[in-house]
Design a protein around this ligand. Structure first.
Ligand code: ASP
Length: 339
């Protein structure tokens, strides 16, 4: 029988009502989990329960908390066959992406889940999300960082939060789902990640200064000039369509040049959830390519942000970071030659 470590980090699933709205409630959630008969039913994996020191609304998660969660998994890696991490939905895709990079040569399931309605409420979706995540982790079939939510198992670094009120809160627009849970759980094994390396290791992330800029019609690029200093390490630029930006302004080229001189890595992602960036496709985007911007291909913004943190934590050489931004390192993007 497999053994799973269930970790509560906060989020709606474990919240109860207060005068100021829902808030994490560790004591309530602990007793609710220990009284859930389905978690002790025959066929379920054995499990232990832990909670992080501070239970957070996931809007408060930062690199420090990602490191704590990653460290916790790493410290207990050899004792368990899998991990289920209960987390708020708002930044779950960021945490899942970050963990996918931090947990190098991972060969065990790490499933993040949570709920849209707290477990304390009658219509909560938390019960099924928790139980099915435990079953999936216990089966040991998928061995990567995933999000299970509303009947779908998705690769963590391909997922993005799509709905703030629907029970199917996450989608994976550029990569097939890893499993779907109906009457039975149907695994899509051809989509699973196969790690080649053997030695598991945990790579903590450095909180390097990075930014995300979303392009819009009429954007005043000049207003961003003051942030393009050598303190800034990377920017994820959410461009239009397949990587276009308005290039009809005289201001843009000197700005891109300033970013290049200051070794800022500009990574171009798309505002279209379903897209592959090709900055060379239109003249309007080629200024980016000429300025040394890298293509985020079909990466989510969440994955691009986490990957910048990761690459800056492991490499110093800018060219090496740029090269790896466009390479598939944890199944987070489709490389050009893979198409
Ligand atoms: N604000 C909550 C959080 O992300 C939302 C949720 O869990 O669904 O922690």
């Amino acid at each position: 029988m497999s053994r799973i470590l269930l970790v509560h980090t906060g989020g709606t699933i474990g919240m109860t009502r207060t005068e100021n709205g829902y808030q994490p409630d560790g004591a309530y959630f602990r007793q609710a989990v220990f009284h859930m008969d389905s978690l002790k039913a025959r066929g379920m994996p054995e499990w232990d329960f832990m909670e992080t020191e501070k239970l957070l609304d996931s809007s408060r998660m930062s690199v420090a908390e990602w490191n704590l969660i990653g460290r916790l998994i790493s410290d207990h890696y050899s004792e368990y066959d899998g991990f289920v991490i209960l987390h708020g939905t708002d930044t779950m895709a960021y945490t899942a992406s970050a963990l996918s990079f931090m947990l190098k040569n991972l060969r065990k399931p790490v499933i993040l889940t949570g709920s849209q309605i707290p477990l304390c409420e009658t219509r909560s979706d938390g019960r099924d999300n928790l139980i099915t995540s435990m079953i999936i982790a216990g089966s040991g079939k998928v061995r990567e960082v995933c999000i299970y939510f509303g009947g779908l198992l998705l690769r963590g670094n391909r997922a993005t939060k799509y709905s703030a009120d629907g029970m199917q809160a996450f989608v994976s627009p550029n990569y097939p789902q890893l499993a779907s849970a109906g009457i039975s759980i149907q695994y899509n094994e051809t989509a699973f990640l196969h790690t080649r390396g053997t030695d598991f290791s945990f790579v903590p992330l450095s909180n390097v200064p990075i930014g995300v800029i979303k392009v819009f019609p009429g954007i005043r690029f000049d207003l961003f000039e003051p942030i393009l200093t050598e303190n800034m390490k990377g920017i994820v630029l959410e461009a239009f369509g397949s990587g276009n930006i308005p290039d009809n302004t005289d201001i843009l080229l000197p700005l891109l040049e300033k970013a290049r001189k200051n070794n800022i890595i500009l990574t171009v992602c798309s505002q279209c959830p379903q897209a592959t960036v090709d900055t060379g496709a239109y003249a309007a985007g080629s200024a980016l390519r000429q300025a040394g911007a890298v293509s985020g291909r079909d990466m989510t913004t969440e994955a691009a942000v986490a990957k910048l943190y990761y690459l800056f934590s492991v490499y110093e050489d800018i060219e090496r970071i740029k090269f790896n931004m466009e390479r598939d390192i944890r199944g987070e993007l489709t490389q050009k030659e893979d198409i």
